[in-house]
Design a protein around this ligand. Structure first.
Ligand code: PEP
Length: 252
């Protein structure tokens, strides 16, 4: 049985004061009771990881953890601006997002680079959250499954059965930050297609991998999305900035 996992991606938002308010409010809300068997995490910007790590450790909820928004594919050395997986591990990161569409588009990240980043994370005991998804044009031209299959295929080639220790986030680009959420049926169809593709490689890997949905998830659409058999939780952008909305999604 795969656990339901909800991960907040704050992107380039936050401040020392607002992060503290958010974590205190979310921890307080979670202490009042959360559905059993779920896992939650928040991914702040890199400069705030140490602060958020300390605050999350202080509230000591076994099901609430920290994630990062990116990781270097390199171990260490002359890579100005990069952050290594061992540094993230020292800060107690349990997850790291790799291949978010914003990084694919604005930083020209390739599937090969994304797989290298995922490997670094795995080598340091951090769960990579590998993002895939098609653009509006790709969906409209009937190529959504083909595009996502090719993104997943590269991960299978590099990561092989280590994919069992990864999370995949299906995030259709046309739904990210637009308010246009994919219908639960459309998302389920893609999640199913991803799982079937993984099963072509290894049935065990396919049944273990958590596949999260991301793209304009809000408290009012989370229930329907999370009820789908192949949707194992969500990667939440905009709505994760509000502690109330994040809590409501975690409870969905
Ligand atoms: C995201 O950026 O990963 C995301 C899902 O954003 P939003 O929820 O704002 O669409």
């Amino acid at each position: 049985m795969r656990p339901l996992i909800v991960i907040g991606n704050w992107k380039m938002n936050g401040s020392l004061a607002s992060n503290e308010r958010w974590i205190k409010a979310v921890c307080k809300g979670m202490e009042q009771g959360m559905p059993a068997g779920r896992q939650f995490a928040v991914c702040p910007s890199t400069p705030y990881l140490a602060q958020c790590s300390a605050l999350i450790q202080k509230c000591s909820l076994a099901f609430m953890s920290l994630g990062a928004q990116d990781v270097s594919p390199h171990v260490s050395g002359a890579y100005t601006g990069e952050v290594s997986a061992s540094m993230l591990k020292e800060l107690a990161c349990s997850y790291v997002i790799v291949g978010h569409s914003e990084r694919r588009q604005m930083h020209h990240e390739t599937d090969e680079l994304i797989a290298e980043k995922a490997l670094q994370a795995l080598d340091h005991g951090i769960t990579p959250v590998i993002c895939v998804g098609e653009s509006f044009d790709e969906r409209n031209s009937g190529r959504a499954v083909e595009v996502v299959r090719s993104q997943i295929a590269k991960q299978v080639t590099v990561l092989q059965d280590r994919l069992a220790d990864c999370l995949i986030a299906y995030e259709p680009l046309w739904a990210i930050g637009t308010g246009k959420v994919a219908s639960a049926e459309l998302a389920q169809d893609m999640h199913r297609a991803i799982r079937l593709q993984l099963a072509e490689f290894d049935e065990d890997v396919a049944s273990h991998v958590g596949i999260l949905y991301g793209g304009s998830v809000k408290p009012d659409n989370a229930v329907e999305l999370f009820a789908m058999p192949d949707i194992d939780g969500g990667l939440i952008g905009g709505a994760s900035l509000s502690p109330q909305d994040f809590l409501a999604i975690c409870q969905a």
